[in-house]
Design a protein around this ligand. Sequence first.
Ligand code: NDP
Ligand code: MG
Length: 383
Amino acid sequence: MKKIAILGSTGSIGTQALDVIASNPSLFELFAITGHSNVELLAKQARVYRPNMVIITDESKYASLKEMLSDVDDVKVFAGMQSVCDMVAMSSVDMVLTSMVGYAGLQPTIAAVQAGKTIALANKETLVVAGELICSLAAKHHSAILPVDSEHSAIFQCLAGEQNKSIEKLLLTASGGPFRTFSKEQLLHVTKADALKHPNWDMGAKITIDSASMMNKGFEVIEAKWLFGVDKEQIQVVVHPQSIVHSMVQFTDGSIKAQLGMPDMRLPIQYAFAYPQRLSNTYQRVDFTQMATLTFEQPDTEKFRNLAYAFEAMDRGGNMPCILNAANEVVVHAFLHDKIGFLQMSDLIEWAMQTLPFMANPTYADYVATDAHVRKMVAQKIG
Ligand code: NDP
Ligand code: MG
């Protein structure tokens, strides 16, 4: 039995992970779940799935969670990020699924890596902000990091039985999001409701906006660099609107392997949970006879500047990806609250990258300081 802790169980990935665990009761045991604001759903999950522990990171909600679970005595209730960091290091935990959104994932991921746990990594922001630190800690503490992001799971699956030195390049596919065919003029007027309608995937709000702006793909480029140890030149983004080919690896002999499947995040979640086994399931299958076409095109980095900024941040290294991420979190929040327009998000990210102090060799404390400073400055600029 693999004992799993789900960080962010109330989110899109978290709820799908609970479904995977419930479908495989002889393989996986749910040890702990965490949520931030959705106390009702967290209490319901605790009641249904009966983990040993439940943690609400927003401490102000502790009393209501405790109250909601007052008649459930086999689930211990805690609050706060420190409780999450303590929990992931417990000897009963085998695997930690990092499925909370944003920078908030960094601290508990570091705690889990330092405790030598196997990480099923959905929270890509962790690797964007501090990929170098996470990878060196993972090597030091023998913590395996298994990708959950569908593209990286695809690459990971293509690499089974291969050596990383045989990689010529990674072909990272992107759906292109809801605005793929829009002109710059049209992008000026898109609303948050338009941006929240992703053509192929049903995800949390933040990553859905990141997908519409292509920042998600930019983050995934940085994530791929750290997970697979490749250079910038070895990562090519290819727009593939049908989201059937989840990504590909081109090897040094010119051969290309791809992983295909229906767009269903339960598949990469299950692959990471069961790795190196494959489990059977009844999820929808790809039927090639019903598929008109699979198409591929070049991304437009003039229209979707975030993708270019991510490549630039990766190239510059240091705290630049942390600046990119913090600025992005603030602008996405502002866009979701109707404070700025869609294209202004990229303007502000560009401003932050050009203006805010660069550090070539940041420590963990420097990342924390950079994140706080960038958030403050970008929020002030938005006004
Ligand atoms: P959701 O917004 O659906 O869920 C986010 C989760 O994080 C919720 O459980 C939420 O709790 C929790 N959370 C929010 N803020 C905080 C905080 N400050 N501290 C601790 N926990 C917090 O996001 P997704 O599930 O879509 O995405 C989660 C991660 O997985 C992201 O990093 C995303 O990039 C990545 N990912 C997601 C994919 C998807 O298909 N959804 C695909 C690939 C990667 P609550 O709701 O209770 O407030
Ligand atoms: Mg992805």
